[in-house]
Ligand binder design. Structure first.
Ligand code: ADP
Ligand code: MG
Length: 508
């Protein structure tokens, strides 16, 4: 059996790692530690991935794609490149193919097996799409692993056990905060939250706006348009300055010949920290939300781990120290997720216990609540949750309902994925229509959700006779006896109608 790798398929950058000879090591790609998640399609048909593609963001923005992870799993998203419609899965596939080739070259053997990481709050569609991209790239995807779990695994191996860990991951375009319980070799995600529209890019933008406010007179509307060459140059200079300010107390930004002038500004770290204060506050608010969600206070957190390139900013580290506690900062914040994935991959593919690292057990939680649209007594249509977010997978949930009208023949149950109770079409996953015996009096209907490890939902529903024990028990307690219900289904005592909710819409 060959080596297996761990891959962090990031919004801005991707990295890969391997566990071999009892150690985890990062795999360089084209000699560099991180591969920009950028793909560029040249006129001659050549496809560039990584640094060379990123350089083409300037000269060929039409045919160069960055940050496509933001849209993975979105069936409507298309990139129109050289008269071809490409999907985010196509882009991810190119990045993964590049990693596969480079990793195989570096390791001296063909790499097939991989664990690919995903943000903890990715939806089923996003998970499916990521897995598909991996398979299209020629990988055998051993499993998808949530990024915070991967980080905790990489960190937890040589650290003390039995702790509650908070992972603060601030990358290029996204912010994730997660709370994990680590007990022995078992990693359990307790709560996840995040902001998919907050990351290093927003910090760059603060500097860009600062510089622009000083030159706006000279710039034409065209030059200021988001995709323009000048704006790209400004963005690159801003990002460089930001990185410099992680090391030094001030930085010089000079961009010749831009917006009809020259930019030559010194920015000190205090000015920068003031600009980014609102962004830092947003991350701290999220932390407090997630603590509340997990029913914890900051005193319950044994460790905070910082992950992601943006946690190199000193102001981020200080904000976490002030509001939670002094974080653990690995010197390889960019590589830690891929390294955890590599450890997991070695575990899953190890032929024997001798060659495997410490065995690891990973429990994931649902990132989103799942429910059914119900008409309430006062005719309000609302989502009733059968499975609440942050429940450990696999999990089940059930609910009982009644027909509304005399002689009703069908009950239509719409499935929503939302943490809210307002049913919106964009959160509709599918529906199940159950035929029931038309009766004068209300007929009771039971619905069961079973969510497996990979997030696939099996929805079972049946009419329930008023003299069934299950119904009598429910009438008294308003709680469904899940065990009894599952037994009845197994023993075929109910006329069950079942649906597997198609959570993989982009494959249509
Ligand atoms: P992702 O996981 O979203 O792909 P990364 O973890 O690679 O992203 O983080 C990329 C972000 O980190 C970029 O916005 C980049 O500017 C930022 N970054 C990288 N190095 C530094 C640094 N030294 N100081 C501040 N920000 C940095
Ligand atoms: Mg990341």
């Amino acid at each position: 059996m060959g080596l297996s790798v761990g891959i962090d398929l990031g919004t801005s950058n991707s990295t890969a790692a391997v566990y071999r000879r009892g150690k985890v090591e990062s795999i360089p790609i084209e000699g560099k530690k991180v591969l920009p998640s950028v793909v560029s399609y040249k006129d001659n048909g050549q496809i560039l991935v990584g640094h060379s593609a990123k350089a083409r963001l300037y000269i060929d923005p039409q045919n160069t794609v960055s940050s496509s992870k933001r849209f993975i799993g979105d069936s409507n998203k298309q990139y129109h490149i050289h008269n071809k419609a490409l999907t985010p899965v196509d882009i991810a596939q190119e990045i993964l193919k590049k990693i596969k080739t480079e990793a195989s070259k570096y390791l001296g053997e063909e790499v097939k097996d991989a664990v690919i990481t995903i943000p903890a709050y990715f939806t089923d569609e996003q998970r499916e799409a990521t897995k598909k991209a991996g398979e299209l790239a020629g990988f055998n995807v051993l499993r998808l692993l949530s990024e915070p779990t991967a980080a905790a695994i990489a960190y937890g191996l040589d650290k003390e056990r039995n702790q509650t860990i908070m992972v603060y991951d601030l990358g290029g375009g996204t912010f994730d905060v997660s709370i994990l319980k680590v007990e022995g070799n078992s990693f359990e995600v307790e709560a996840v939250d995040g902001d998919s529209l907050l990351g290093g890019d927003d910090f760059d933008e603060k500097i860009m706006n600062y510089l622009l406010s000083n030159v706006s007179n000279g710039a034409s509307a065209n030059q200021m348009s988001p995709g323009s060459l000048s704006m790209q140059r400004l963005k690159e200079a801003a990002e460089e300055a930001k990185k410099e300010l992680s090391e030094s107390d001030f930085t010089d930004i000079s961009i010749p010949d831009i917006f009809g002038t020259h930019i030559d500004e010194e920015v000190d770290v205090e000015t920068f920290n003031k600009m980014i204060q609102p962004l830092l506050e947003r991350t701290i608010n999220k932390i407090n939300e997630v603590l509340e969600e997990a029913d914890l206070t900051k005193r319950d957190i044994s460790r905070v781990i910082l992950v992601g390139g943006s946690t190199r900013m000193r102001a981020v580290q200080e904000a976490v120290t002030q509001n939670i506690k002094k974080p653990y900062i690995a010197d390889n914040v960019d590589e830690i997720v891929a390294q955890g994935a590599a450890i997991m991959a070695a575990n899953l593919s190890a032929p024997s216990i001798d060659t495997a690292p410490v065995p690891i057990e990973v429990k994931d939680v649902t990132a989103h609540s799942l429910g059914i649209g119900f008409l309430s007594e006062n005719d309000e249509y609302r989502v009733v949750h059968l499975i609440k977010r942050n429940t450990v997978l696999p999990c089940t949930g059930a609910e009982m309902g009644f027909t509304r009208y005399p002689n009703q023949k069908n009950v239509r149950m719409a499935v929503y994925r939302t943490n809210d109770t307002i049913p919106l079409d964009e959160h509709l996953l599918g529906e199940l229509v159950l035929s029931v015996t038309p009766k004068e009096e209300p007929v009771s209907v039971v619905a069961l959700f079973e969510l497996d490890n990979s997030g696939v939902l099996t929805f079972s529903s049946a009419e329930l006779s008023p003299d069934s024990a299950l119904f009598r028990e429910y009438s008294q307690t308003e709680v469904i006896n899940l065990r009894a219900l599952k037994e009845m289904i197994e023993n075929k005592e109910l006329k069950i109608k079942q649906a597997t909710i198609d959570t993989n819409k982009q494959e249509a």
